[in-house]
Design a protein around this ligand. Structure first.
Ligand code: GDG
Length: 467
């Protein structure tokens, strides 16, 4: 039997204290590895003056973490540079924000090579390697160059853009060709998978060998859609915890006679926060009768602060929230609470549980786990309503939500009005269907589907040994 080696940019094993780091990928991987006790390899989050390739090995919460420190310049060029100033905006259709800088490109290749050189000596012949996300697209190529013959899979957590968007990337062929060194490439939805296939057909002399197998650059590659889920069982446990209950009671006490509308997102331009605020403003303007019956809470812990676009969005939202409160607030009420703090997961569960509406309106999102967490936190007898962007991968699985175009303030405002007026039987009917999906298609199912497709067998893997 094989060991499972998970590779991602950051390694954040759970601390067990509920204070895990923010971000969908970290949540999902921690949950994936807990059961396998596998090895999680990646960057430590620390920098050193000169890269040594020294491995820090630590066992936390049932997960063996093997991490390396990177140099400051690696962070600038690879993490803040190519990953977050080039690929992230481009893959989220923000070509206007994408920086194309040769130094970023070189830093990206260098760090992928460093990761490969550090990881390769740890590998045993029958290990299965699962690489995650846009930071590490060429990792398999680097590993193959070192003679690694293991099965290697890749999962992209963010959207794969349409062909015409993708070709804005200088040297896009080189990047995509490197993906053919994987045995399996997974996407969040069939739509992203098809966009990838279309790229290969148009740009790489490609053909479809059969559904799920594409030929390009003269080589074959298995591809598939593996929609990620949340750790539904763990979330259900957390919803019942005393901290979650206390938070829910606190929020309820703060919103007596009012409905709470909640948004929870990393502070990121892809999450559509400005458009969401404008939609809420439109709702307040066009529904004077409902105005004083609502309170919107937007939690948005800051992220990627070293990237200018992220500093700018915060300033714009500060001013927009000031304008909305300035216009509508009264002596005893302000419509919008805008908070940049990071909350514990159990507290978030309590906040979701107190909210009559979950407002999840990204402009583009690979999946969006907040939508699933909101559903998982509802009281089955009196659930809230999920308003979800059509452009989140989650919309493909969550058709019983109120689906909206996040760019349209009218649609967002109409959906808010509809959600607030929805009777209990309809809320229960929609929520039950959503909850069913969230529970059935959870993170464990996602992991098992990907790993068994990659390994070509359904057997459970043996726990990894500490190296
Ligand atoms: C990427 C893709 C894809 C948020 N605020 C706090 C907090 N969070 C947690 C949420 C949720 C996670 O962060 C965010 O996950 P998302 O899926 O919504 O978004 P990304 O971070 O952009 O994740 C995304 C995901 O990868 C997985 O594949 O779904 O499309 O962009 O779990 O609860 N957690 C805590 N405090 C906060 O204040 N503890």
């Amino acid at each position: 039997m094989s060991r499972l080696i998970v590779v991602s940019n950051r390694v954040n094993p759970p601390t067990g204290g509920g204070e895990e780091s923010v971000g969908g990928l970290a949540m999902a991987l921690a949950a994936s590895l807990r059961e396998y006790s596998g090895i999680w390899f990646g960057w430590s989050g620390k920098t050193i003056e000169k890269f040594t390739g020294h491995l820090n090995i630590e066992k936390t919460g049932g997960v063996t973490a093997a991490t390396v420190d990177l140099e400051e310049i690696d962070l600038d060029e690879y993490y803040n540079g190519y990953a977050n100033k080039t690929l992230w905006p481009l893959f989220h259709y923000r070509n206007d924000l994408a920086a194309f800088d040769r130094a970023f490109d070189q830093g990206y290749s260098r760090v992928n090579r460093r990761f490969a050189e550090t990881l390769a000596p740890l590998l045993q012949p029958d290990d299965i390697i699962w690489v995650h996300d846009y930071h590490l697209i060429p990792l398999a190529r680097e590993l193959r160059a070192l003679g690694v013959k293991n099965r290697i899979g890749f999962f992209l957590h963010i959207p794969w853009p349409a062909h015409q968007v993708m070709i804005n990337l200088p040297r896009h062929r080189q990047l995509v060709e490197s993906m053919f060194d994987y045995d399996l490439v997974g996407f969040q939805t069939a739509e992203y998978q098809h966009a990838f296939e279309e790229y290969v057909l148009s740009e790489a002399e490609g053909t479809m060998v059969r559904p799920g197998c594409v030929k390009g650059f003269g080589r074959m590659l298995e591809v598939g859609a593996f929609p990620i889920g949340i750790d539904a069982a763990d979330f259900a446990r957390m919803v019942k915890s005393s901290r979650a209950r206390r938070m829910r009671d606190l929020m309820k006490a703060h919103t007596v006679f009012r409905h709470l509308i909640v948004g929870v997102d990393r502070l990121d331009y892809s999450k559509g926060l400005e458009e969401r605020f404008l939609g809420f403003e439109h709702f307040l303007t066009s529904n004077p009768d409902l105005r004083r019956e609502v309170l919107m809470l937007q939690i948005a812990p800051v992220s990627r602060e070293a990237v200018e676009a992220y500093q700018e969005i915060r300033a714009r939202l500060d001013s927009l929230s000031g304008r909305i409160n300035g216009e509508f607030a009264d002596v005893d009420w302000a419509p919008l609470r805008w908070v940049n703090r990071n909350y514990r997961r159990d507290e978030l569960a309590g906040i979701y549980g107190a909210a009559r509406v979950g407002l999840v309106t990204p402009l583009r999102d690979g999946m969006n786990l907040v939508a699933k967490e909101y559903v998982a936190a509802q009281n089955p007898d009196d659930p809230g309503v999920l308003i979800l962007s059509r452009f989140a991968g989650a919309a493909r699985q969550m058709g019983e939500a109120l689906l909206v175009n996040p760019n349209s303030p009218e649609e967002v405002a109409d959906a808010l009005r509809r959600a607030l007026g929805m009777d209990r039987p309809e809320r229960i009917r929609r929520w039950s269907a959503l909850f069913d999906t969230v529970e059935r298609e959870d993170v464990v199912g996602w992991r098992d589907a990907f790993v068994s497709a990659l390994s070509g067998m359904n057997t459970k893997m043996r726990p990894a040994l500490v190296v």
